[in-house]
Design a protein around this ligand. Structure first.
Ligand SMILES: [Zn+2]
Length: 180
């Protein structure tokens, strides 16, 4: 089934399901998540605003994994394939709560903090809607523009962490360009 043919009502329903998945994940993991360590903060401070660094909470799961959305069973029955496998991902960011299946490297932390910065500049509803539309247009998780942005910025950081830039500015410019 070609996702691009989904009726708009179904697309907005998907977006609201994604929104619930994110807010449920945030509530579930927030109690066990902790602030960045001083060393993590020092490594990130040239790139992220203190607002992002102050609000972010980290949680490393051991012996358990994030569950995929319960709507997947229905989506699969509808013939939708290649849904993003959250359970198989290295880490997932639920607004400001970053849940990881492995210890945080600087590159991983950077990538997920880009998502925290994205959420900070758009509300959850808009994030979920952009995510779903990006997925439908691109056909895969990797093609979702929010995800591509995080990859591009993470590679800039990984290639040369002395070449500083403001992630907030990058996200803001990107949002403005989308509106044009
Ligand atoms: Zn990502």
């Amino acid at each position: 089934m070609d996702l691009k043919n989904l009726p708009p009502a179904m697309v907005s329903q998907l977006a609201s399901m994604v929104e619930s998945y994110i807010s449920d994940g945030r509530s579930k993991y927030a109690p066990q998540a902790v602030a960045l360590t001083d060393a993590q903060r020092a490594a990130m401070s040239a790139f992220f605003s203190s607002g992002v660094l102050d609000s972010a909470r980290l949680c490393v799961l051991r012996g358990t994994r994030v569950q995929n959305p319960s709507m997947y069973a229905m989506a699969k029955m509808m013939g939708v394939s290649n849904l993003p496998d959250f359970a198989g991902m290295i880490a997932i960011t639920f607004v400001d709560v970053i849940v990881s299946h492995q210890e945080f490297s600087d590159a991983l932390l950077f990538h997920e903090l880009v998502h925290v910065a994205q959420y900070a500049q758009m509300d959850l509803k808009e994030f979920a809607s952009r995510f779903v539309h990006g997925f439908i247009q691109g056909g895969s998780y990797q093609e979702v523009p929010l995800e591509k942005m995080a990859h591009v910025l993470e590679s800039r950081f990984s290639q040369n962490s002395t070449q500083v830039f403001s992630v907030d500015d990058e996200v803001r410019q990107w949002c403005e360009a989308q509106k044009r």
